[in-house]
Design a protein around this ligand. Structure first.
Ligand code: UN1
Length: 507
């Protein structure tokens, strides 16, 4: 319990009930939730005992057994209501995102908008879970492919998109006929509690949704492990570091469960000689410094052609010097806080390593906004002589490494020459260069953009990346297929029994 609640705590504790969260869920618990905005405790949430996870999954599985028989368009109705509830509570939930993880207001609201968008997408999808009819090689035979609900989907999410990531998975899973069990980031349980309450309101309006269709497990790492190891969870979608994803992926592989992994990014943009430099400058600013560099899709490397380097990079350094860093709740600062001390220290270590590797660092110093327990930094622009040291790693902080290149093949090789493969982009108006970049011999990432940064993807496309990013795809396009089980049916409507491949077996 808080003796003297800060103003942020007071606000959070009045927002939570207004979103439908019971006081027992955020008072008197063992885990303190700290706002990165000022380092104060917002609330104390009770956590789930890992031993109770199995029971919760059992209840979710019961819900799945009922839900899978509800027609998909009717399942879509639940997600439509979820989208309505999110619209009605967008301001409050967006604000809570800002309080809990320090996002600027428009980014907190933008995250809730992503939730609304994926709900709309999923509603339409609920009438389009199409299978196939495939020509059979046998007379009087039909070959079909159907998509069926798969079971309980586990969702493990990170602090930086504390609510949207759940929705990309859950909105699809619900229309696909699955139940969802969610383990949110330990750093962001309050927004998760709010989302669960919003879901429950949608379910109540829906009327006859099975109980426990959506389960929230606020807990520590062991809770996530219990979820990953449970044989009644056929799919786990996990977002976070490559280290976490490797552990999750290995455990899932051991029991042949499906992994949807969205892990580290080390996203690069290439600035070609034909780039519109004014547009490039704005795109780099948002891509590299937005969300204080804490998106999976944050631009972390800028590969600039030598002919435009001396024009672009000094202008960029000027923007880095002047960008507003401050309290996102009380000012219109574009760069808010890092999530915690560990993030700040990791940034410091990366900058030291960059200097040791010959880098020239602009910015990167700590900015005192709200005292010793919050961690604000001036974003860092680091000119590097080569792609070495920290440049090939993901540091979850606003550091942009700048490299110079001479020809496009070299730029693409640099871009692809890291272990991660989430997002990428090219700036240029020469269609030969741009199309080359988008071709099979170009970017090796899950996302490749043109004349924009690496972040800020729309929900309509499949979201995810290759290599150490984990290979998973969430959100739009046909990502829904990962939340269903494919069933191939061969049907004989004749009176004889021809075998496939002409095999004879007459008894
Ligand atoms: C993430 O950082 O985990 O593309 C996801 C973007 C957002 C999602 C980021 N739509 O930047």
């Amino acid at each position: 319990m808080l003796d003297t609640p800060t103003s942020l705590a007071t606000e959070a504790q009045s927002l939570l009930p207004s979103l439908g969260v019971a006081e027992t869920a955020f008072r008197g618990g063992s885990r303190q939730v700290v706002s990165p905005v000022d380092g104060e405790v917002l609330a104390s949430v009770p956590t789930v005992d890992p031993a109770a996870v199995g029971e919760a999954i059992g209840r979710a599985h019961e819900a799945f057994l009922k839900w899978r028989e509800v027609p998909a368009p009717r399942r879509g109705e639940l997600v439509r209501l979820l989208g309505e509830e999110l619209r009605a509570h967008k301001d409050a939930l967006g604000r809570l995102v800002s309080l809990e993880v320090g996002k600027a207001p428009s980014e907190g609201l933008g995250e809730v908008q992503e939730m609304i968008d994926i709900c709309d997408f999923a509603v339409g999808l609920s009438r389009q879970l199409y299978g196939l009819v495939i020509p059979s090689e046998r007379a009087d035979h039909k070959l079909t492919e159907q998509w069926h609900p798969i079971g309980v989907v586990g969702v493990i999410s990170a602090f930086n998109f504390p609510v949207a990531v759940w929705s990309w998975n859950a909105a699809l899973a619900f229309v696909c006929g699955d139940a969802v069990v969610w383990k949110p980031s330990e750093k962001a349980p309050l927004t998760a509690l709010a989302v669960q309450a919003i879901f429950e309101r949608a379910a109540a309006r829906f009327g006859d949704a099975p109980a426990n269709l959506s389960t929230l497990l606020v807990g520590e790492r062991e809770v996530g492990e219990a979820l990953v190891d449970d044989p009644r969870v056929p799919v786990v979608s996990a977002t976070g570091s490559t280290r976490m994803g490797r552990a999750v992926g290995e455990r899932l592989a051991r029991r042949f469960a499906r992994a949807i992994l969205e892990l580290g990014g080390n996203n690069a943009s290439i600035v070609t000689p034909s780039a519109d430099l004014d547009l490039t400058l704005r795109a780099v600013a948002f891509g590299a410094m937005g969300t204080a560099g804490q998106r999976c899709t944050t631009m972390r490397r800028l590969i600039v052609h030598e002919s435009v380097y001396d024009t672009l990079v000094p202008r960029l350094a000027k923007v880095y010097r002047s960008i507003s860093v401050g309290n996102p709740l009380t000012s219109d600062a574009l760069v808010g806080p890092l999530i915690d001390r560990a993030a700040f220290e990791a940034m410091g270590r990366a900058l030291e390593a960059a200097k040791a590797a010959g880098g020239t660092v602009h910015g990167g110093e700590r900015v005192d906004v709200n005292g010793a327990n919050s961690f604000y930094v001036r974003p860092a622009l680091v000119e590097m002589p080569a792609q070495t040291g920290p440049v090939v790693e993901e540091t979850f902080a606003p550091i942009l490494y700048v490299l110079k290149y001479r020809d496009l093949a070299q730029a693409i090789a640099l871009q692809n020459g890291v272990p991660q493969g989430l997002s990428s982009s090219i700036f240029g108006t020469d269609m030969r260069e741009v199309e080359r970049y988008l071709s099979a011999a170009g970017s090796d990432c899950g996302i490749a953009n043109v004349n924009m940064g690496t972040s800020g993807a729309e929900i309509g496309g499949a979201f995810g990346g290759e290599k150490e990013t984990g290979g998973g795809r969430e959100s739009g396009s046909d990502a829904w297929k990962a939340y269903m089980r494919r069933q191939t049916n061969a049907i004989n409507y004749g009176r004889s029994l021809p075998l496939a491949q002409g095999v004879k077996f007459d008894v």
